[in-house]
Design a binder for this molecule. Structure first.
Ligand code: NAD
Ligand code: WQD
Length: 335
């Protein structure tokens, strides 16, 4: 059985479906800080049964010991974290406490339970402002905000642990920009308040919930002047986790891979693709750059193919079509 921390969240819920599709049994642990319990109802038909769920915090050793005692867990996928870059600047201690203490408590509980296989959600944010693109895993690492530091610090903790206790099997997966939704339209990204990220903002403009998109910067050294990113369909990303588990089962040690498409997409490319998928206009206005943003960031995904036998299968049009189906359902449900 697999323990999925943060499994009711955006990436965790989609990975739950991918695990079920691959025949893995799993239990979700989530404190519902940034997700809703009703995700479990919507996951039930997608997973073939309602997932086992424990409401609890990864920082709570007693809860973790109880979960490891109750379920025959052999591996953990650790999504549980706070992830808003701007908020991390306002509340650094909350981010360090949740993301680092949470991971330490989890690792200690895994050791007590003799479970030594972990897949960790890292981020392309650990590359800071990359000197060139595409980004390879051996590029220099840096952070520009507390959220990024938590990812970098946990990566270091995992490297040190792997060195001192070689029986561990650890994957550090560096996600590029996860977007889209499950093709059923039943689960997706559900940010509370004003979305920080591009795709959910564009989706809310298309559905008429917000009047226009603000494009942060039109003077970057990119083909159309707007920021370029590597958007990856969340179901491709989810399947990358199943591939990582399979790889760890074959080979112990520390695995560090980018999960991305290898393609750069600008903000205006995204607007055009979303307009096409939704058949709705996405009005926009170019405003100042957002502090801390980089011009271009996309992955070299070759190592993931080599080590995991995994590559993305869904293109930008499908990312937009699936995000649109989810967004339209959300709007209908709350109407
Ligand atoms: P999310 O907020 O949707 O999911 C995270 C889940 O963890 C939420 O359901 C939340 O309630 C839960 N959680 C938070 N702290 C917890 C705690 N202490 N105990 C138990 N549960 C807790 O975020 P997501 O987009 O699904 O991200 C999942 C992981 O991937 C995170 O570690 C995030 O940092 C990482 N990541 C996300 C992105 C992205 O753009 N979405 C990119 C790179 C990396
Ligand atoms: C994408 C592009 C913006 C919103 C962030 C985190 C990163 C990772 C993923 C977790 C950029 C532009 C955006 C808007 C815009 N998260 N944009 N108008 O910044 O690449 O990455 O999420 O690990 O750590 O920093 O993603 O979706 O915010 O922005 O013009 O309203 O869209 O400037 O070029 P980003 P994003």
């Amino acid at each position: 059985m697999i323990l999925v921390t943060g499994g009711t969240g955006f990436i965790g819920s989609h990975t739950s479906v991918a695990l079920a599709n691959a025949g893995h049994d799993f239990v979700i642990l989530d404190n519902l800080a940034n997700s809703q319990r009703d995700v479990l109802d919507r996951l039930a038909p997608l997973c073939g049964k309602r997932p086992a769920f424990v409401e609890g915090d990864v920082r709570d050793a007693a809860t973790l010991d109880r979960v490891f005692a109750q379920y025959p867990i052999r591996a953990v996928i650790h999504f549980a974290a706070l992830k808003a870059v701007g908020e991390s600047v306002q509340k650094p201690l909350a981010y360090y406490e949740n993301n680092i203490t949470g991971t330490l408590r989890l690792l200690e509980a895994m050791r007590r339970a003799a479970v030594h296989t972990l897949v960790f959600s890292s981020s392309a944010t650990v590359y800071g402002d990359p000197a060139s693109v595409p980004i390879r895993e051996d590029f220099p690492l840096s952070a520009t905000n507390p959220y990024g530091w938590t990812k970098l610090m946990v990566e270091q903790i995992l490297a040190d642990l792997s060195k001192s206790e070689p029986q561990w099997r650890i994957a550090r997966l560096r996600y590029f920009n996860p977007v889209g939704a499950h093709e059923s339209g039943q689960i997706g990204e559900d940010p509370s308040g004003i979305p920080n990220n591009l795709m959910p903002y564009v989706a809310q403009v298309a559905v008429g919930q917000r009047p226009q998109l603000q494009v942060f910067g039109g003077d970057y050294p990119t083909p159309d002047g707007t920021g370029v990113r590597d958007y990856i369909h969340v179901m491709d990303l989810a399947e990358g986790h199943v591939a990582a588990l399979d790889s760890l089962a074959r080979e112990p040690g520390l695995l560090t891979v980018n999960l991305g498409t290898g393609l750069g997409v600008s903000v205006l490319d995204m607007v055009a693709a979303f307009e096409k998928a939704s058949g709705r206009p996405v009005p926009y206005r170019i405003v100042d750059r957002r502090p801390g943003d980089v011009a271009a960031c996309w992955a070299d995904p070759a190592l993931a193919l080599q080590r995991l036998g995994w590559r993305t299968r869904r293109d930008l049009d499908q990312m937009c079509a699936d995000a649109w189906r989810w967004q339209s359902n959300r709007a209908a449900w709350s109407a």
